[in-house]
Design a protein around this ligand. Structure first.
Ligand code: NAP
Length: 312
């Protein structure tokens, strides 16, 4: 198998923590270049922007976009216009319409477009989906509470319009929910709490509704210090399933049935899936988690809270 020559755009936290190690562990990929506004002295060719990279590295076939969502569309468009296959970090875009445009462009140009949802590769997710298939959910809850200062130190873009605030981690829960639930849900109400100095929310309370009276509440909060909580619980007519640790651990009726290794395995899962998509020349763009985020912003009542300062 010839390794695909891949380039990374945006050498920030997730590119360094997850993409670089997962690419290096996968035989099907060869990191051939990086586009970065800030990085230097790396042992791969590094360019100041994607345009320069594309001019200089004609044999690169795939681009992984690890930049914030607000700047992703123009870069994805540029890569697709150069007939490159494109991997999008989550969320796949700042709006739904721009991602629809990328789907169309990828299709016209014969490119593979992959909108990644890393939490769907957590160890417990596939098993939870299989357990829920054919069961009848009656109620549920999502608790996704973490410390923004710990996980996103100094990141300004998450507080700027399009950065989605607490939905940046919250969409991970929504990506698991939309993967495992055997029925479609929709949001009926939301309350979004904005710091008075920010364009995006620091917390969100969301109500979901589904068939046969199913009701679910989601509690997203970025102000949790100490123990961090990433849980989804679904009650059914035939037992209760609880995903803990972001989908890494699963309990059925209180009894643990699987456990995880590390977040790295989620990104190994992403690159394994990308390799399959490239081999079959198939795109994978599921927008259902982003639809819920857009609906929460459309329906959400806005509450203002004290200013947020990212002092360390
Ligand atoms: P980050 O640390 O802020 O890195 C983003 C990088 O993108 C920057 O370091 C910069 O790299 C580049 N960039 C280009 N234009 C930019 C702009 N206008 N503003 C800021 N950065 C710009 O963010 P991140 O945490 O890696 O997140 C990037 C994406 O990955 C987001 O969509 C996020 O939701 C997703 N993600 C993050 C995590 C996580 O744990 N942090 C987990 C999963 C997914 P250069 O200086 O090299 O150009």
């Amino acid at each position: 198998m010839t390794a695909q020559k891949i380039a990374i755009v945006g050498l920030g936290k997730i590119a360094k923590d997850q993409h670089l190690p997962s690419i290096s562990r996968h035989d099907g990929f060869d990191l051939a270049a990086i586009a970065s506004r800030s990085a230097s002295g790396l042992d791969v060719p590094t360019y100041e922007d994607l345009e320069t990279l594309l001019k200089s590295e004609a044999d690169i076939t795939a681009i992984a976009l690890c930049v914030p969502p607000q700047v992703r569309y123009d870069l994805a468009r540029l890569a697709l216009e150069h007939k490159k296959d494109v991997l999008l970090e989550k969320p796949p875009g700042a709006t739904l319409a721009e991602v629809h445009d990328l789907i169309r462009l990828a299709d016209e140009n014969g490119c593979v477009l992959y909108a990644t949802w890393h939490s769907r590769h957590a160890m417990g997710v596939a098993g939870a989906k299989a357990w829920l298939a054919g069961r009848t959910p009656t109620s549920g809850r999502i608790t996704w509470r973490e410390d923004v200062k710990h996980w996103h130190p100094g990141q300004k873009w998450i507080w700027e319009a399009g950065g989605v605030g607490v939905f940046d981690p919250g969409i991970n829960a929504l990506s698991i929910l939309t993967e495992i639930m055997p029925v479609d849900l929709h949001i009926t109400a939301a309350e979004l709490t904005f710091p008075e100095n920010c364009d995006t929310p620091i917390a969100a309370d969301i109500d979901f509704q589904g068939p046969k009276g199913f009701a679910m509440k989601a509690d997203f909060d970025w102000r949790q210090t100490g123990k961090q909580t990433w849980e989804i619980e679904v009650e059914t007519t035939d037992g209760t399933i609880l995903l803990r640790d972001g989908g890494a651990t699963v309990l059925i009726d209180g009894k643990e049935v699987s456990s995880d290794e590390a977040l790295a395995s989620e990104y190994d899962g992403i690159y394994a899936h990308f390799a399959d998509l490239l081999a079959s020349r198939t795109s994978d763009v599921d927008l259902s988690p982003l639809v819920h985020v857009a609906d929460a912003f459309m329906l959400g009542k806005r509450v203002t809270t004290e200013a947020f300062y990212d002092e360390q």
